[in-house]
Design a protein around this ligand. Structure first.
Ligand SMILES: C[S@@+](CC[C@H](N)C(=O)[O-])C[C@H]1O[C@@H](n2cnc3c(N)ncnc32)[C@H](O)[C@@H]1O
Length: 233
């Protein structure tokens, strides 16, 4: 299943079902958003790189582990994840935008571990023969967190005790209006659903033990870290 570095390992998932409801995330709108952004995405994300670095550190990866990068986008997290699991490990990037995934594929020659890229939405991972991983990263994937079907499917792919780290935007405290202006504009630009920005990680809470939430950037950004519990998903 794993593809060695240098090969373009994109697995097309035939079934990309339509979005479930109109109040939560909108899958078609997200595809359009990231089709437009793919070419410039890496430049736009430069200011956020220290957050990515910290979020991947929170996974505490070790050699030989399997880690899933949900909504891996252009693959900016892949090199650090690959370094964390070493050449005996496996990194699986799941991403529904073919345009974003093409950029991820182009980065693979710089990764050390086996890396597999899967073209799929998070709610469809059960159809993709995804492994049960030791760790999972959800870096700036608010739409995924706000889709209960996706969260449930993803949690079936983390072993009990495995680390789950999510990072992203959240509403800052009321005393920080400029931070909230930033959250509002960034969320409109990068998500299709503003619902749940007060506590984006709360959809993970039922599935995680020891959930810790670290606020950054005057509370406008969070990194949530927990360990998968034994609750069936
Ligand atoms: C802000 S980008 C983050 C990309 C990457 N995680 C990073 O940190 O650079 C959000 C990504 O989530 C992906 N996405 C949106 N809806 C998704 C879904 N339902 N399942 C999986 N990924 C999704 C988008 O295509 C996009 O690549």
């Amino acid at each position: 299943m794993a593809n060695r570095r240098g090969t373009p390992p994109i697995t097309a998932n035939a079934a990309l079902p339509a979005a479930a409801d109109t109040h939560g995330p909108n899958a078609e709108q997200a595809l359009a958003q990231y089709r437009q952004r793919a070419a410039w995405y890496d430049l736009e994300l430069l200011p956020f790189e220290p957050i990515r670095h910290k979020a991947v550190e929170r996974l505490a990866l070790s050699a030989g582990q399997t880690v899933i990068d949900v909504g891996c986008g252009t693959g900016l997290s892949l090199p650090q994840l690959a370094a964390g699991v070493g050449s005996s490990g496996l990194v699986v990037g799941v991403e529904p935008s073919a345009e974003m995934l093409a950029h991820a594929s182009a980065k693979l020659s710089r990764a050390d571990a086996s890396v597999q890229l899967v073209l799929a939405r998070a709610d469809a991972v059960d159809d993709c023969a995804l492994p049960v991983a030791d760790a999972m990263l959800m870096h700036f994937t608010h739409d995924v967190l706000r889709d209960p079907v996706a969260v449930q499917a993803l949690m079936r792919h983390v072993r009990p005790g495995g680390r789950v780290v999510s990072a992203g935007l959240q509403w800052a405290p009321l005393w920080a209006p400029m931070a909230n202006l930033f959250v509002w504009s960034a969320a409109l630009y990068s998500t299709t659903c503003l619902e749940g920005l007060n506590a984006p990680w709360d959809s993970l809470r039922p599935y995680l033990d020891d959930l810790q939430v670290e606020p950054l950037w005057a509370g406008a950004i969070y990194i949530a870290t927990g360990r998968r519990n034994h609750r069936p998903a």
